[in-house]
Design a protein around this ligand. Structure first.
Ligand SMILES: [Zn+2]
Length: 341
């Protein structure tokens, strides 16, 4: 057996940031327990709060909001709700670094067609060489982190260009416990689960200073937010923070209304992520013993939205070594020698 994992959630006791006590329960679960006992858990925001906030943005410009759309179930549901449930006029924005699957792009197209929403696709190979450096140097950077930093910068720039100060993400409550943490808290080192990962990203991005190609790459997500804030406030919201049901419950609705299809394979099982995510998760498991999906699902378990058994089942790694090599090759790199089990 490998590293022992928490008996309540799915985080491993890899120390020093994450550790298990005598009862096999991790420090994150214990902190949660103590906060709840002290009555420190915040009120779950209500949909009426969200509707009130949306009112400030409706009808002010050509679009009411920019929706980050990947074709996955959570972002597709966010777009659907903005248009059909909240009667906003959204601009959909899709980001493709060359790893979006055909299935995801078909979901994007079907959704905007069915909803009559304008779509912008930004497709770029700009990040490939950055991924190659991470892969070949063995830096412990989670590939998704620099990607999401770059993506958020693009989102803010695009929102600015179309004068839509409201950005809608498909982020779930597992991804962000508190809406105040939006963007800033996503991969920052504030929580023990992300501390080591955030440090690796920060250290790697610091090496890019003075680099002709990546010299102006934001050093952190905080810097992205700071840069965006210089030219006026942009607000990020997600309908999933306000809706009481688990996002899994929206799948049937999306299939029926938008012809949405679940991809045949994804990690974690049942999710809808880009293909780079297979390599990112594989490397993350190797470097840390867990992925950010373990963190997200652990939050959902603590909130009673997912069972531990279901999380463990969906998080079981099942990567195809050939596919991992092909993804690295697409970045122009080769995977450093893997030791055979
Ligand atoms: Zn735990």
């Amino acid at each position: 057996m490998g590293t022992p994992i928490c008996t309540r959630c799915v985080l491993p006791g890899t120390g020093p940031d994450l550790h298990l006590d005598g009862e096999g329960i991790c420090n994150v679960c214990r902190d949660h327990e103590h906060r709840a006992a002290a009555g420190g858990e915040e009120r779950q925001p209500l949909e009426t709060d969200f509707v009130r906030r949306l009112g400030k943005y409706r009808g002010r410009g050509r679009y009411d909001c920019l929706v980050m759309l990947s074709g996955g179930k959570d972002s597709t549901a966010a777009l659907y709700f903005m248009k059909r449930r909240y009667h906003m006029s959204p601009l959909a924005f899709t980001f493709d670094l060359g790893f979006e699957t055909e299935e995801a792009m078909a979901n994007v197209k079907n959704a905007v067609d069915a909803l009559g929403v304008d779509l912008l696709v930004h497709r770029s190979g700009y990040m490939l060489d950055l991924f190659r450096r991470i892969i070949e140097t063995g830096a412990k950077v989670v590939l998704c982190h620099p990607c999401s930093i770059y993506y958020m910068q693009l989102v803010f720039e695009t929102a600015r260009r179309y004068r839509t100060p409201l950005v809608i993400a498909g982020w779930t409550r597992g991804q962000l416990a508190r809406r105040e943490d939006a963007v800033r808290g996503r991969y920052d080192g504030g929580s023990p689960e992300y501390r080591a990962m955030a440090r690796a990203t920060r250290e790697f991005l610091a090496t890019l200073r003075g680099d002709p190609k990546y010299g102006d790459f934001p050093a952190t997500m905080e810097e992205v937010v700071r840069r965006a804030g210089r030219r006026g406030r942009i607000v990020v919201e997600s309908p999933h923070w306000y809706l009481p049901e688990a996002t899994e419950d929206h799948t049937a609705l999306l299939e029926r209304e938008l012809g949405w299809k679940r991809p045949a394979r994804s990690y974690p099982e049942g999710s809808t992520n880009c293909s780079l995510n297979f390599l990112s998760s594989h490397l993350s498991l190797r470097h840390y013993g867990y992925t950010h999906y373990h963190v997200e699902m652990s939050k959902l378990i603590r909130d009673g939205l997912l069972t531990r058994e279901e999380a463990l089942r969906r998080l079981r790694p099942d990567f195809d070594p050939e596919e991992l090599r092909a993804i690295a090759a697409h970045c122009g790199g080769t995977l450093p020698g893997e030791s055979c089990p």
